[in-house]
Ligand binder design. Structure first.
Ligand code: HMG
Length: 398
């Protein structure tokens, strides 16, 4: 029997738009007490995507930060997890493959199951590499969360993209074999094709998220004979950080010593630093909490196990775990908070104008953004420059 190879996350990149809204300004604009959003949801800011930044430009920009020419020669598959698709037929991964200049003999697809899509993508990537040891797979989680003006979900919007290079002997974290999934056919959050915004049963969705976590983790413990003490930290899908706090507390409920509780809670608060400033990025949200934990926590070390909870409405969830690689700290950024500080703050009026601007086509199916300030202001590598004859044209600007 051959030696089992270790497969996992070798590099992680993150891209977000240039603009953000302070959650207190949203509260003011909607006549809500700001503490409802700041304390009740534990949110501080939301990333706002202009019309010139979509899931393709954000996804390609996140990947461009991490890939070198050698990586681009070895990638055999690009998988994008998203629920903000730009086309019903053509996969966003095909555009991204072209923009990045990845070698041509690759497979490119898009996966959908609400916020769960990127976790399914990781699993497919791992299976592929088990059979093709020297290949790499690029997994991208890219989404723009929009609930609409003056809706209960408005305070939980966001935009951004995570890119992960998956290969053998990874430099950041090994994806272990143990995992448990659960599927429930429920209507907690969905977006019919005829609707621009999701339909949400908000409180029902939070109950389902928590109940799926507890029952899936119980099954995981039973199947693999593991317990809390087998983990050094947890990361959760974060539609808003307070739900993550409820999630960690629900795992810590039974007979856990104060010291252990504090250890997990301290790590949890490190895992929400980025999410608090970006909002919900659907498929990427769990991986943004992982990035936040790994880049900001001093007490994690090689060999530590991180429990990961992925939840997509509808609903499919998965509990799985990662083991941190030998030298993981040297393959991450430690100055990322500067990127958040360098964003441009929007007033509530600017937010409404920007966030709800649509592509408006002329009779020939054209729309040109090339002279817009939005393009010059972007810090990302790629933007949507125009639509020509119904075809999206992206531009490399950095
Ligand atoms: P709401 O119903 O307007 O808010 O919207 P609420 O009344 O439940 O208040 C929120 C919290 O603020 C509560 O805390 C209040 O007590 C507190 P809790 O009791 O739950 O701990 N609060 C205050 N705290 C301090 N000072 C105050 C104050 N006032 C109130 N003055 C809701 C909340 C989550 C329903 C809404 O934002 C929403 O619908 N969001 C979208 C749905 C969502 O995020 N669901 C999460 C689970 S489903 C999921 O994760 C999947 C998803 O990512 C999509 C996908 O899979 O694709 C969404």
């Amino acid at each position: 029997i051959g030696k089992k190879i270790k497969i996992g996350i070798d590099k992680i990149g993150f891209a977000m738009p240039k603009y953000f809204l302070d959650i207190r300004d949203l509260a003011l604009g909607r006549n809500e007490n700001e503490n409802k959003f700041v304390k009740g949801l534990m949110q501080s800011e939301m990333s706002i995507a202009p019309v010139t930044e979509d899931i393709v430009s954000l996804g390609a920009s996140a990947a461009e930060q991490i890939l070198d020419e050698e990586d681009k020669k070895n990638i055999e598959m690009v998988i994008v997890g998203t629920e903000s698709g730009i086309d019903q037929s053509k996969a966003s991964a095909v555009f991204i493959h072209h923009l990045l200049g990845i070698q041509p003999f690759a497979r490119c697809i898009e996966i959908k199951e609400a916020c769960y899509g990127a976790t399914a993508a990781l699993s497919f990537a791992k299976n592929y590499i088990e059979k093709n040891e020297n290949a790499s797979v690029l997994v991208i989680a890219s989404d723009i969360a929009k609930y609409g003006i003056d809706t209960p979900g408005e305070s939980t919007q966001g935009a951004g993209s995570i890119a992960m290079l998956i290969k053998k002997d990874p430099k950041i974290a090994v994806i272990n074999d143990e995992n448990v999934c659960q599927t429930r056919d429920i209507m907690d959050f969905w977006r019919p094709n005829y609707s621009n915004f999701p339909i949400v049963d908000g409180h029902f969705s939070t109950k389902q998220y928590l109940d799926c976590l507890v029952t899936t983790f119980d099954e995981y413990k039973k199947r693999y004979n593991q317990d809390l003490c087998d983990f050094d930290g947890f990361c959760f899908h974060l539609p808003f950080p307070k739900l993550g706090l409820k999630a960690i507390n629900s795992l810590l409920e039974k007979n856990v010593e104060k010291e252990t509780k504090n250890k997990f809670l301290e790590k949890f608060h490190t895992s929400i630093i980025y999410g608090k400033r970006v909002g919900n990025i659907y498929t990427g949200s769990l991986y943004l909490s992982l990035l936040s934990l790994l880049e900001n926590c001093d007490s994690l070390k090689a060999g530590d196990n991180i429990g990961m909870y992925s939840y997509g409405s509808g609903a499919v969830c998965e509990f799985f775990n990662l083991t941190l690689a030998e030298d993981f700290k040297n393959h991450l950024r430690h100055d990322r908070l500067n990127d958040f500080d360098n964003r441009k703050q929007l007033s509530i009026n600017e937010y409404e104008n920007l966030f709800f601007e649509k592509i408006i086509l002329d009779n020939e199916g054209n729309c040109d953004f090339s002279n817009r300030k939005l393009i010059q202001e972007s810090d990302n590598a790629f933007v949507l420059e125009k639509v020509e004859n119904h075809k999206r044209i992206y531009k490399k600007i950095k």
